[in-house]
Design a protein around this ligand. Structure first.
Ligand code: ADP
Length: 502
């Protein structure tokens, strides 16, 4: 039936593009400069839309609108349950338009529409509904304090949030940051990535329909060094939450330090280890390694790009992996619903990944599979899923985040060695362990320095599961109740126990 076809992606059509302007104070408007930029279809490199390009002037107007909505508007002042009701309505509208949104997102980012609907929008909806439910559960504590005093804490909406998101999971990122900000009662300015501005604008339209007041959500597509930087250094923005590269994370902190010292929260790159012990179910382990590296064409900050396999099963694992990759399909996600992997998001990323692959070859790693571009008729940013073996820890491909379909396979002997090598990185985002031995699993879980550890699974996340890294993978959590803290100011209030203690 229809649903079956939809699951396979056969009913998704390339959508019409409806929203291409900046969304400021509840209206779609041109950039003050009149400038636009192009967003392209990664399957062909062709332009799919020209989008209004925000720069500093537009970010200023968006922040002014948010400031006004926060300082004088009803959003932070209405009851939590009323805010929750409106966020839930927003979620319902997103769900009603999920087919179109998933197709739009897939067109902009080179994704598979059926998977995008199930996963990206599944997560986005999960987050909107979770925080709709959280909006009336924000409360402080009572403090006994010392003899003559008592106190309590208030958790107040922080103010204007700056939200800067990347291109790999644009809708999920939008929702996991906007939903808690809304629940907390903040107003916000969202800067989507220049590669993928379309879904955020569609979200803005739905937010207005849902009844979120004008100025509470503003969306300013544009480039990082102009629009993004203007937001990060704005004197009237009260916090910034950012997901993206480690280099830009550094710039965001600097911008805060040099402006108003706004708190910043960073979810940055990773080089996450997946450790497979010799008692593992081999088929499952292969499947986990494959999905942990090649899902979303490897454009995932938690991709398990370092796969450690214990000596005794190493060669069997290698064989099975090579065999498995023969049935992995790279192709146009719209015309070939069987495609497991679409094109990289843009030319820059495509060339970057290919240059890492070249680097790996020159460093002396061996190609087990892939290693070449595979566009159709020389078009599109497609790359073969690539597995390197004979990888040494000090090679660039084992150290730096590649952000593409490239797996490094390495061999280890003992638990201690695996833990030491897993932790021998500047990053600390995710980690995975595959074993049937609970003791071994627990040892790895406790010892590995990462924000999330998966045991006999990978990539499993959810709206109640805090997500965010350690070390140079950043700090601060998206999802789960902890995520609310970023958007709330904790205020302590102290009163005397008796009317006049003196
Ligand atoms: P990637 O390397 O994955 O493209 P980036 O870190 O460059 O990720 O981009 C993530 C987001 O940060 C995008 O929205 C981008 O426009 C924005 N960005 C890039 N440079 C800056 C900057 N200097 N200040 C603020 N935001 C930026």
């Amino acid at each position: 039936g229809e649903e079956e076809k939809k699951k396979r992606g056969e009913l998704f059509e390339v959508p019409e593009i409806k929203f291409t302007k900046l969304f400021i104070n509840g209206s779609f408007v041109d950039a003050a400069s009149g400038r636009t930029f192009e967003t392209r279809d990664p399957r062909t490199g062709d332009v799919i839309a020209t989008v209004a390009e925000a720069d500093k002037v537009d970010v200023d107007s968006a922040v002014r609108a948010a400031r006004d909505a926060f300082d004088h508007g009803e959003w932070p002042r209405m009851s939590g349950s009323e805010r929750g009701r409106i966020i839930a309505r927003f979620a319902d509208l997103v769900e009603q338009h999920a087919d179109e949104l998933a197709a739009l997102e897939s067109l902009d980012a080179g994704k598979h529409p059926a998977i995008t609907k199930a996963v990206d929008f599944g997560n986005a909806l999960g987050s909107l509904r979770y925080f709709a439910g959280a909006a009336d559960k924000i409360h402080g504590e009572t403090l006994k304090m010392q003899a003559q005093f008592q106190g309590y804490t208030l958790r107040e909406p922080l103010g204007v949030a700056g939200i800067i998101i990347p291109w790999n999971f644009p809708s999920t990122m939008f929702a996991i940051k906007v939903a808690p900000a809304l629940a907390a009662g903040c107003a916000m300015v969202v800067k989507p990535a220049e590669q993928t501005p379309l879904s955020a604008l569609y979200f803005a339209h739905l937010a207005k329909q849902a009844g979120i007041p004008d100025g509470v959500i503003n969306v300013v597509p544009g480039f990082g060094s102009t629009a993004g930087a203007a937001l990060a250094s704005h004197m009237d923005v009260d916090m910034v939450t950012f997901t993206g590269s480690t280099e830009v994370g550094r710039l965001i902190m600097k911008a805060s330090a040099e402006s108003n010292l706004k708190p910043v929260y960073l979810e940055l790159g990773g080089k996450s280890p997946l450790i497979i012990f010799d008692d593992a179910d081999l088929d499952m382990a292969v499947e986990l390694a494959v999905s942990a590296n090649f899902v979303n064409k490897g454009e995932a900050c938690v991709a398990a790009s370092r796969v450690y396999v214990q000596e005794r099963i190493y060669s069997r694992f290698e064989e099975k992996l090579a065999e498995r990759m023969k049935s992995w399909v790279v192709g146009d996600p719209f015309s070939d619903p069987r495609a497991d992997q679409g094109p990289q998001v843009d030319k820059v990323q495509y060339e970057r990944v290919l240059s890492y692959i070249d680097h790996g070859k020159r460093e002396g790693a061996t190609l087990l599979t892939g290693g070449r571009p595979c566009g159709q008729k020389e078009k599109g940013y497609y790359i073969e899923p690539t597995v390197f073996t004979n990888v040494k820890e000090d090679m660039v491909i084992a150290k730096e985040e590649i952000f593409g379909p490239v797996m490094c396979l390495m061999k280890f002997k003992t638990v201690e060695e695996a833990i030491a090598r897993a932790n021998d990185t500047r990053h600390g985002l995710g980690a995975g362990v595959v074993t049937r031995d609970l003791d071994v699993a627990n040892r790895v879980v406790r010892a590995v320095r990462a924000g999330v550890v998966w045991v006999n699974c990978y990539f499993a996340l959810g709206s109640d599961c805090p997500f965010g890294g350690r070390k140079m993978s950043g700090f601060g959590k998206d999802e789960g109740m902890h995520a609310l803290d970023k958007y709330l100011a904790l205020k302590s209030v102290v009163t005397p126990l008796r009317a006049s203690p003196w």
